[in-house]
Design a protein around this ligand. Structure first.
Ligand code: HEM
Ligand SMILES: *[C@@H]1O[C@H](CO)[C@@H](O)[C@H](O)[C@H]1NC(C)=O
Ligand SMILES: *[C@@H]1O[C@H](CO)[C@@H](O)[C@H](O)[C@H]1NC(C)=O
Ligand SMILES: *[C@@H]1O[C@H](CO)[C@@H](O)[C@H](O)[C@H]1NC(C)=O
Ligand SMILES: *[C@@H]1O[C@H](CO)[C@@H](O)[C@H](O)[C@H]1NC(C)=O
Length: 565
């Protein structure tokens, strides 16, 4: 199989090179913009993607480039032949993200997503996307998101109980052996939170309890987990690139990855179709169904407000539920993991936040009320939602470590992108607006926009929750669905699950921080790496996969000074 692959690669590379090197780029208007020289002249390879996508270098690289070339510049993409636009000009970014027909997601990335989870909201374009978003939007309304609050609390408490149990077991094991009884345990916060957020999306999406916090034995849970793991836990290699262009190669020569994805998909579609049929039957029979996304999508599709042409099929529904799992589980768990890691690294911020959270009576306290009534949970959440310091910590976490580091758009027609400030061209002249031609790519610099020192100030890269009490004027000009950040993107294709994630983050932080303290292991260094999403890795143990081990100690009221300092 390998020499067939090599032949296919060579043949494709040749035609691609001829076209790309000699036919297309000669006319590219992006060439008028300044930008770094190709890193390698040979055969046209040597783009700048790595330094812009690697979380360890991207902030510095971008900042240096802005100093040299201004806010708008061009880089070389996969190779020398491909010019890409990078701009942190707020007017230009808003223009690109707002015009979803003129700037689509590139077909290559859509093909990768579709191959995995089907064509749902994340991968679709044009009318198909519009239809899905139309049916999906009511399911994510403020009211429906509020209905999920009890589910989120229940899973946060289940996780808290699980951790408490693990720590107790370790303590009694140590005491039986006669060794020193540890105050807390080292837990991989990333893994545990990911199991909890998967549980939340299972209940929220399907009204289906994976019970992944208890154990990882549910068939549907394992199918999703394995599929996402093989698909996104490793960076896209050369072979994946070839398969994007020549999907038949994969059908003729399936490898381990292909087989795992196929096996998982069989389970997901078998179980998923049963769940859809069952739910439909119950809705038809007039039974009261829950507020899970599946029920809401089905009801939304049946609603009289929806134009017949806007209705979607069973498989569309399933592809969208898959999409919510894919887009909503790892992103949320990573956002929470980063928040907790940052709090472990900044004990004084953790202490201050815990003090704020503890000002709220916890209804699990003996006399604090009844956790089982959802009214009291809604009241509790409403109070949590208004806590100013928690709000600052959540926004600051999402600003400094956006789980989606960057995205990409492709111009579907020639266009002139307006700018807030004049663009310095390669020949030194100044020009308003950026010309781009059909087929060219625009990098969406989520992280760079969020930490732009020209906007956020000199300390833009630092974690300073207080900055939100006194924002610079310029921040208000930044596009963004949430808090003038690009973390959830902006415009008609921004994140549909933003409110969901905020509820999840605030609730989990409330439950976990009032129950535990988090500290770093002194000898372990944890760094971010961009593997589809920005994930934590232990330095020197990249092979072990993403992890975030922290010392988790039960919080004893009044002991904060002793445990955190
Ligand atoms: C902290 C958590 C999350 C972050 C940082 C996040 C971020 C994003 C971003 C940046 C996009 C735009 C992608 C692009 O343009 O390439 C997006 C789209 C999307 N997200 Fe999220 N997301 C989060 C949670 C969720 C949740 C919980 C759900 C669902 C339950 C969800 C569902 C979606 C969907 C369906 C889209 C595609 C929307 C469209 O294209 O119309 N996300 N998200
Ligand atoms: C985005 O488009 C809508 C509708 O076309 C328009 O009302 C809005 O002002 C635009 N926003 C930006 C930031 O361009
Ligand atoms: C899910 O299952 C677990 C264990 O099987 C149970 O403890 C939990 O209460 C269930 N959660 C919901 C919301 O049904
Ligand atoms: C996993 O947990 C569930 C619910 O607590 C239980 O019913 C099941 O037997 C457990 N499975 C294994 C393999 O431990
Ligand atoms: C959506 O509604 C149409 C028309 O009523 C129907 O044919 C279709 O099966 C529905 N889709 C789902 C998933 O129920």
């Amino acid at each position: 199989m390998d020499h067939i692959l090599v032949l296919a690669i060579l043949a494709s590379l040749f035609s691609w090179l001829v076209y790309s090197l000699f036919v297309r780029p000669r006319s590219s208007p992006l060439r008028g913009l300044p930008g770094p020289d190709p890193t390698m002249k040979f055969l046209g390879f040597g783009g700048h993607l790595n330094s812009h996508l690697n979380v360890m270098t991207s902030k510095r690289t971008h900042e240096e480039n802005v100093r040299k070339y201004g806010k708008s510049y061009r880089i070389k993409g996969i190779g020398n032949w491909e010019d890409r636009l990078i701009t942190t000009d707020p007017v230009a970014m808003a223009h690109v993200l707002n015009r979803t027909l003129d700037y689509e997601k590139p077909w290559q990335s859509r093909r990768v997503i579709t191959r995995l989870i089907g064509e749902g909201m994340l991968a679709a374009e044009g009318q198909v996307h519009k239809r899905m978003r139309r049916v999906g939007t009511p399911a994510f309304s403020i009211q429906n998101m509020r209905a999920l609050i009890p589910v989120v609390f229940s899973k946060a408490h289940e996780l808290k109980d699980k951790w408490t149990e693990i720590i107790k077991n370790e303590q009694s094991a140590a005491s039986e052996k006669g060794s020193v009884v540890p105050a807390g345990s080292v837990l991989d916060v990333c893994k545990w939170i990911s199991r909890a957020t998967f549980d939340v999306i299972g209940l929220a999406g399907f009204d289906y309890n994976f019970s992944a916090i208890q154990n990882e034995s549910n068939e549907l849970f394992l199918a999703y987990k394995e599929m996402f793991e093989v698909a996104v836990s490793q960076a896209v290699g050369f072979k994946e690139l070839v398969i994007i262009y020549f999907p038949w190669i994969e059908r003729i020569f399936p490898d381990y990855k292909t087989r795992t994805i196929k096996k998982s998909q069989e389970i997901i579609y078998r179980v998923g179709r049963e769940l859809v049929q069952d739910k439909k039957k119950r809705i038809m029979e007039g039974e009261r169904t829950g507020k899970d996304l599946l029920s809401l999508l089905l009801k939304s599709n049946m609603s009289k407000d929806i134009d017949p042409a806007q209705r979607i099929s069973d498989d569309d529904i399933l592809n969208n539920i898959n999409t919510f799992f894919f887009a909503g589980s790892d992103t949320s768990s990573l956002a929470l993991t980063w928040a907790i890691l940052i709090l472990a690294e900044h004990p004084h911020i953790q202490k201050r936040l815990r003090a704020e959270l503890l000002t709220i009576a916890n209804p699990t306290d003996a006399d604090g009320g009844d956790l089982s009534t959802s009214t009291s949970l809604h009241e509790l959440y409403a109070t949590i939602d208004e806590l100013p310091y928690l709000n600052n910590v959540v926004r600051e976490t999402l600003r400094v470590v956006p789980p989606v580091h960057s995205s990409l758009r492709m111009a579907t027609k020639d266009d002139e992108i307006p700018t807030a400030e004049a663009v310095r061209m390669r020949d030194g002249s100044l020009r308003w607006g950026i010309r781009i031609q059909k087929g060219e790519l625009v990098h969406i610099p989520v992280e760079s926009m969020n930490v732009d020192t020209g906007v956020w100030g000199k300390n833009a890269c630092e974690f300073v929750p207080e900055r939100w009490d006194n924002l610079p004027e310029a921040v208000l000009e930044q596009p963004g669905l949430y808090a003038n950040l690009l973390t959830f993107s902006a415009g008609p294709r921004s994140c549909i699950g933003m409110r969901f994630s905020i509820i999840e983050m605030k609730t989990f932080l409330y439950v976990l921080l009032t129950s535990f303290t988090f500290t770093r292991e002194p000898t372990v260094r944890i760094c971010p790496a961009n593997v589809v999403l920005t994930r934590p890795f232990v330095v020197g143990k990249y092979k072990e996969g993403s992890q975030c081990p922290l010392i988790v100690t039960p919080y004893v009221p009044g002991s904060d000074d002793a445990t955190v300092e």
